[in-house]
Design a protein around this ligand. Sequence first.
Ligand code: PGD
Length: 808
Amino acid sequence: MAVRDLFGIARGPSLDRRRFLLAGGAAAACAASSLKPSFALPNDRELLTSSHWGAFRARVVDGRLVSVAPFERDPFPTAMIQNFPAILYDKSRIAKPMARKSWLEKREKSDGADRGKEAFVELDWDQALDIAAEEMQRVKAAYGNESFYAASYGWASGGRFHACDEMTNRLYALHGGYVDDLTNYSFGAGMVLLPHLLGSNQAIGGPFTTWPSLVRHTKLIVMFGGATFKNAQVTWGGSGEHTTEKWLRQCQAAGIEMIAINPVREDEVGVLGMEWRPIRPNSDIALMLALCHTLLTEHLADLAFVERYTVGFERARPYLLGESDGQPKDADWAAELTEVPADWIRDLARKMAARRTMIMTAWSLQRARYGEQPWWGTVLLAALLGQIGLPGGGFGFSYTSINGYAFPPNNVSVPGFSRGRNPVKLRIPVARIADMLLQPGQPFEFNGRRMSYPDIRMIHWAGGNPFHHHQDLNRLTRAWAKPETVIVQEPWWTPTARRADLVLPATTTMERNDIGASPRDRYIFAMPQLVAPVGEARNDFDIYADLAERLGYRADFTENRDEMGWLRHLYGRARERAVAEGLVLPDFETFWEDGLVVMPRPEDQYVYLADFRADPEANALRTPSGRIELFSEKIAAMGYDDCPGQATWLEPEEWLGRANEDTPLHLISSHPQHRLHSQMDNGPLARASKIQGREPLWLHPDDASERGLETGDVARLFNARGACQVGVIVSDRVRPGVAMIHEGAWIDPLEPGVPGSLDKHGNPNLVTWDIGSSRLSQACAAQSALVQIEKTDGPLPDITAYDPPEVA
Ligand code: PGD
């Protein structure tokens, strides 16, 4: 059967099924031909599937995944899919359930500080699940449900069904509840701030002004944080088409001027012919305030827009003009802070006012100390320009942060596995995990509320890697010693798995059946099981179902459905939703056999806040005033000096303005080119990018020569919080005073489990600061870190990050 294109989209020749047949293959098909793939299927077959990295065709020979090829409808597939065969069988896969040796012997009496130091003991599945169930019961009886931390934050890798964090949540909800998390590491500061200003998070999650609207109407795109093709390689839940690069190229072809304001010159600057303005990290808010100042003093601000659609400008204005603090926020003031020339700032303000301008501000800018401010500054600047709600104008926050944003979501969404209802109402801002473990009972502020940290005795994590993603990993190592029990479910021996008491090997997307769908993509993909599970890996669902059985609520967990039963159920609900939209999806069997369904193209000229602009009374925002809040009385009333009631320049404790002899450089830790966070760090692409096995770090030629460093050298990146070894790339693509490294290398300490030990591999979170962006959002502030770098001479220790730990 050919690919089903429901809504009359022309089927390209490449979608002819004959093209899917493998040369010499026995019986290839574009999708599983049976609902229960049997491994007695033909020896050489090709299966279409999906992943966070996009859709691809997998070639399976003799039950082994041998190669992958991109989905032919994808205009810009990522090379990262080529990692799949290697990582599936990599030696870093966890072969069997295992327990930390002394914990197995002594359980809660074993020393948590030994996590990561000790050998593991192999268990069979029954033993492992009995132990896990015993621990869940023991901890509940001894300390109550508020002592479980089962938020299980992370990107994981699954389709709509095998979402392991949701599954973890559901198991613990049935167990009586658990402490959950709030917000995220990606845009935690922004997502707490924006509802105060705009009444929702639509400017992050969409829909917002579409790329086609930009191509047609925009004349200037000002990108705070630049634009990156690399970040758009992935989307949560997968995508059939990588579209961001396509649209950026169309913007270029349409003659739109694009300006990247960024301490780092990413590839796109050259490719798209953008102007690069290298700014000092963490100072964008000063530039934004100065642009506002110029608009105001040169009478270029659209005060009629401000009057009709916003509140609070009378409070913001005296600050901009310096009437409230004696310091006008003019271009000369900003030039000193940003090292962007004052004349350039004034010219930019004039240019923005004269043309249809879109302001795009990246997520990374708010992943910093006082990270709310550049996002608030974006809204203020866009309001003064008065183009909010006009085609191609205004602002948006997610255009290039991941693939597929800037379109209205699909008319039909496929529901996911349900988390259930958590009886425990206690949650912590996700990036405060170490504070929580180290300071039980201590109060903290969050978004106007005073809360206190619970006393966590047991952690269960599936689908995340806190020992790469959290800031100040030495501090996390100390905090991680506190709980009595840590269970980690993982396919690979990640740093977090190595620091568990009980390790349960999980399957990957390639070893199970699922449905791939994202609201930001037109496709629903069947994700058929490609190969048998590697080693003794089991699906998270089956692990939890068997645990639930031991705890007496299997049927509540599974709802009496097995894997395929769930896929039918979830797809069936999507079909019902489709009917409500006047669409007819094929039945499940047809979908599964075809391998995909293609949805109608979403509306392509959507303009964010156009309805509000047309009628601000009828379409009032869900803010206290119903309008855009340029000054928020609500935030001001919280009394936070680290997040006052309006966009404000607040000098970070660590930035180039406070660089000193010990830490003269500002470290930027961006999202990687060759992996997704830490996923695929064990793949050939990421490994090939390393320098003498270490994560590359970019350094400006002046800073490199001062330290006697050349490309290819290994160096120590350090500050008072910790140290790691990096490989050096000398490049004028970073501005002087800035070092750039990608996050996600699996930490590989010289002395595993010992706080303060040198990481041989180059994870920046050894040196980043574990502090909230502010009391408003308590979000990740990874981008505010001062560091030093020095050359490493002599023999280097071996990299052992991907070697399984010792088995006793
Ligand atoms: P991943 O590497 O995606 O990182 O942090 P996150 O923890 O999400 O981890 C996912 C884990 O899930 C992997 O170890 C993977 O093997 C596992 N996994 C995948 N599939 C399955 C499955 O089916 N079952 C189970 N049980 N496990 C599975 C990301 C976080 O890092 C984020 S979102 C951001 S935005 C932050 N960004 C930065 C940053 O910019 N700079 C720094 N320095 N630090 C950051 N940390 C944050």
